[in-house]
Design a binder for this molecule. Structure first.
Ligand code: CTP
Ligand code: MN
Ligand code: MN
Length: 490
């Protein structure tokens, strides 16, 4: 991918300064926006201001008396006013304070009003839900931000019993094909995972975002009785247990598992008997099922990483190998080993995977493999899967003291070949968790108007990719605080 160089944006040293005269009157008379930078970050502020101006909105800085709509995010009305006051106090040549005090006609609004207005192409009428909350000093402002990528989520947290219950329901909904419902349970579980303390009572949910009525009931039941009847019934059900067994097989998704269940299949023995109808991948998944169901340890993952790196160097010296996925987030075990392969010189990486697979095969280290070339930019795709050259494999990890080739333990390995210019995006995308990635993409789209993928960050307005060479830079481009891998267990 040839990255289009992004024009250097003017650095806003003392906060964004808008030449009001140059801003023009805008398309909507009587509507003058002020975007509160606090909480948005300079980068996201600039993106939103640009979108608003492109849509015909008139924007003024905090010092302007003409402002009619003050827009802020994750902020109470008091906090927004305090920010405005500070800005006005420090603005050089600011008008007298009586004049700049927001009048009764000034609306203090949540960012959602601006985003909805941008979607509608005009300033929407202000509804009560758009107004910034007025908080008294006794009620703490919500401590938990709405998007998973705005929160720090450690691997170990004190609300495991609650999140396990909600995730069981999420999985059950996904087995039933109801992705929306599944996502609602996953989101609620993810919010609880970010809490530093055990949830003591149902009242504490009031301060948390995205917990619907059903989740609330389940949480209440678990808090009061130690378990939820609904969750326990799901866990006991033949459907759920069979679906868990079947979808746990390499190469088997929800749809295939559902078909098999409907046909009356229940066990691995049933599947083995139905052998001829299985794909090559599913046959391998079934053949090595026992090994693959045994968690991979960090030591095993590192051993495989080193082996792959050493073989890669024989073909292409300088190849970099990075262990990603759950292990990069600090998990002690995983269901597979995710490895990114790259080379400091962009383009060189193209000569790697084919010969690498051949070498591994010749040594009897590959029990199964399916490779795909890089298809990025060839044809449009709606899939969230990336288009890197990759090899999804089952490798044979020699056990200490074991015999010759082919003896050892089977381990699922994902090898992904990444051109250097896209490495930061691939690293961020392959580190996970899946929910953290989903939230990052949702945040980029809804809050910044940008499309984030494992290949890059696309700005549809400028029709260009915004380059980044590190994960930190990508968070910065999105106006997000950096979240280290160990706290992406959303
Ligand atoms: N991923 C991806 N494209 C794929 C497969 C995975 O972008 N085709 C990303 C997922 O979003 C996930 C990460 O790579 O965040 C790792 O995927 P996976 O191995 O399935 O999950 P882990 O978090 O590593 O969990 P485990 O420890 O069980 O392997
Ligand atoms: Mn993994
Ligand atoms: Mn994987």
């Amino acid at each position: 991918m040839a990255l289009v160089p992004v024009k250097r944006r003017r650095r806003a040293a003392a906060g964004p300064v808008l030449p009001e005269a140059a801003a023009g009157p805008g398309r909507f008379p009587g509507v003058v926006l002020c975007l509160v930078e606090r909480g948005l970050g300079a980068r996201r502020w600039a993106l939103l201001a640009e979108r608003a101006r492109a849509a015909g909105f008139c924007l003024h800085s905090a010092g302007s008396a003409a402002v009619t709509h003050v827009v802020a995010e994750q902020c109470s009305a008091e906090e927004a006013l305090a920010w405005l006051a500070r800005r006005r106090g420090s603005a050089t040549g600011s008008v007298p304070s009586a004049q700049t005090e927001p009048g009764t006609s000034t609306a203090l609004l949540d960012l959602s009003w601006l985003l909805e207005s941008l979607d509608a192409g005009r300033p929407l009428d202000v509804e009560p839900r758009h107004r910034l909350p007025v908080t008294s000093s006794e009620t703490p402002s919500p401590a938990v931000p709405a998007y998973g990528c705005q929160r720090r989520t450690p691997l170990v947290h004190p609300n495991g019993v609650l999140t396990d219950a909600l995730e069981t329901l999420a999985q059950d909904a996904a087995f039933g094909g109801d992705e929306r419902r599944s996502l609602a349970f996953t989101r609620a579980a993810s919010v609880l995972k970010a809490l530093p303390q055990r949830l003591g009572s149902i009242r504490e949910l009031a301060a948390l975002p995205g917990i619907g009525e059903h989740c609330r009931k389940v949480i209440q039941e678990v808090l009061e009785d130690g378990s939820s009847a609904e969750v326990e019934a799901v866990r006991r059900s033949e459907w759920y247990r069979t679906m868990q067994l079947f979808t746990g097989i390499f190469g088997v998704g929800t749809q295939t598992a559902t078909c098999w269940y409907r046909e009356g299949l229940r066990t691995l023995a049933d599947l083995r008997a139905a052998g001829p109808r299985l794909s090559r991948q599913q046959q391998a998944g079934l053949r090595y099922w026992e090994d693959l169901a045994t968690p991979v340890t960090l030591a095993e993952a590192e051993a495989i990483g080193e082996l792959v790196r050493a073989e890669a160097w024989r073909i292409l010296p300088g190849t970099t190998m990075t262990l990603v996925g759950g292990f990069r987030r600090g998990k002690p075990t995983g269901h597979d080993v995710d490895l990114l392969l790259s080379h400091p010189e962009e383009g060189k990486e193209r000569a790697l995977l084919g010969p690498l697979v051949t070498r591994l095969e010749q040594q009897g280290l590959l029990l199964y493999q399916q490779s795909q070339p890089n298809t990025f930019g060839l044809e449009p795709s709606s899939s969230t899967m990336d288009r890197f050259e990759h090899c999804f494999a089952i490798m044979c990890l020699a056990l200490p003291g074991a015999g010759g080739p082919g003896t050892g333990r089977a381990v699922r390995v994902d090898l992904v070949v990444v051109p250097r210019g896209q490495f930061a995006f691939a690293l961020l995308g392959w580190t996970g968790s899946r929910h953290f990635e989903r939230e990052l993409r949702r945040f980029a789209g809804r809050q910044c108007g940008l499309a984030l993928s494992n290949h890059g960050l696309y700005d549809p307005q400028r029709e260009m990719f915004l380059p980044a060479t590190s994960e930190e830079e990508i968070f910065q481009l999105l106006g997000l605080d950096y979240v280290p891998p160990a706290e992406r267990n959303a």
